[in-house]
Design a protein around this ligand. Structure first.
Ligand code: NAG
Ligand code: NAG
Ligand code: NAG
Length: 393
């Protein structure tokens, strides 16, 4: 059943009271759509189908009096969908996203399809005010009160009478993603707050049971709350026998608990695991059957997998190096594991190819690099509880 009752639930306060009384009556527990205010603080990275909006609303075009929508966005994520609008049931649409940290607008209207990117990089972890307005035939995006980006779209079609519905969505799209001009990775580890949508006060429909909170303060990094891991195929990291593979990690290791990362191929024994123990205040490195523990008082770690040895450097200090034997001789599955194995960040890989992992990490990895490049957890098969680009500060 739906909770919306036109004419009765006019204000959000009314909505809350109504929801409350319905909850007390035990209604709406199943299949009920929750409603939230358009001004709510929303964590866009919340668990769901990555293309689906987290929340959406609809209004009759003839009820619209304002041409402007504005909201605040905060993220360290360079790419993802933020805001969507459409008319004619998705035939004409508008998408605002970030790509390489820069705002990207894609607009489809009648026969025209345009994309415009520009303005400053917004993925700096600060709140930015974004304002989208429609001043026929222009669509205007303003960032932090300046940096205007103006897109003009002249339609050959005669002026249409504006009627029907306008739909708005946050954190996803309502049309077919194949129609997009510029493809993008939709998942956004970011927060939106203080939204004012065409100066409407109608509630939005939530596509989830409840909204996950946004952290008050954030810092760059990947946050693992202890409920899942991120898995990569090792084949994406080219292993060259002479050069080996270099993994760099940065963070406060004394604030971590659980498996930081592990490597394993199916049918092979666990090759490697790095585990933080918050009780013993030690970091334990497992290589095959061997285990080495060290005090967790460092902030950076470089692990180099070579053909016949594993070198571990702490805090960039050559004198603080541990070397362990590893390689095809001592570990027969070594090369296979680097070619067709899996590397899991934030958990321990188990026996099965499709296992769900265990001993999950709680903590913030400020940096994870493989072969000198930042590991993009959005490209992994990862648990939705992990935020790829931000940690609570
Ligand atoms: C927005 O709506 C409020 C009341 O609903 C009204 O007072 C205000 O003038 C409107 N602002 C714009 C820009 O339409
Ligand atoms: C580590 O232990 C301390 C003290 O028991 C606790 O407050 C903290 O939450 C623990 N941290 C993690 C990541 O488990
Ligand atoms: C890893 O490879 C398997 C099989 O080839 C594939 O199904 C899976 O999607 C890949 N995972 C990633 C994260 O690329």
């Amino acid at each position: 059943m739906r909770w919306r009752m036109p004419g009765f639930c006019k204000t959000m306060a009314g909505g809350v009271l109504l929801s409350l009384s319905l909850a007390l009556l035990g209604w709406g527990a199943e299949g009920g759509k929750k409603e939230v205010s358009g001004g709510a603080t929303v964590y866009l990275g919340q668990d769901r189908d990555i293309w689906r909006p987290l929340m959406h609303t609809a209004v009759n075009l003839n009820e619209i009096r304002s041409i402007k929508s504005s909201f605040y966005l905060r993220t360290f994520d360079p790419e993802g969908t933020v805001f969507y609008g459409d008319t004619k049931n998705g035939q004409d649409w508008f998408i605002l996203s970030l790509k390489d940290g820069i705002p990207l607008m894609q607009i489809s209207r009648g026969e025209s399809l345009v994309s415009v990117a520009g303005g400053p990089k917004l993925n700096d972890g600060k709140w930015h005010l974004l304002e989208v307005s429609n001043q026929e035939p222009f669509v205007i995006l303003e960032v932090d009160g300046s940096n205007r980006m103006v897109v003009g779209m002249q339609s050959k079609q005669t002026m249409e009478i504006l009627s029907g519905e306008l739909r708005l969505a946050l954190g996803g799209i309502l049309m077919d993603k194949e129609q997009m001009f510029v493809q993008l990775e939709p998942h956004m580890d970011g927060c939106v707050r203080g939204g004012s949508w065409l100066n409407l006060s109608i509630p939005w429909e939530l596509e989830a049971e409840e909204l996950w909170p946004c952290h008050q303060n954030i810092q760059p990094g990947s946050y693992f709350p202890g409920s899942g891991f991120a898995v990569f195929n090792t084949s994406v990291f080219p292993f060259e026998a002479d050069l080996g593979v270099k993994v760099e990690l940065r963070g406060d290791f004394s604030e971590m608990d659980g498996t930081i990362f592990s490597i394993k191929a199916s049918g092979q024994k666990l090759l490697f695991a790095l585990v933080a123990n918050n009780n013993t205040k030690e970091i334990t490195l497992t290589v095959g059957e061997e285990k080495v523990s060290m005090k967790d008082t460092f902030k950076a770690m470089v692990i180099i997998f070579q053909t016949d040895s594993l070198r571990v450097l702490r805090d960039g200090d050559e004198s603080n190096t541990t070397t362990l034997p590893i390689g095809p001789v001592s570990h027969p599955g070594y090369l296979t594991t680097w070619k067709e194995g899996r590397l899991a960040v934030g958990g321990l890989l188990g026996e099965e190819e499709d296992d769900a992992g265990s001993q999950f990490l709680t903590g913030c990895l400020e940096k994870i690099q493989v072969q000198g490049r930042d590991l993009d957890l959005d490209l992994a098969v990862k648990h939705m509880s992990i935020s790829s680009y931000s940690c609570p500060a």
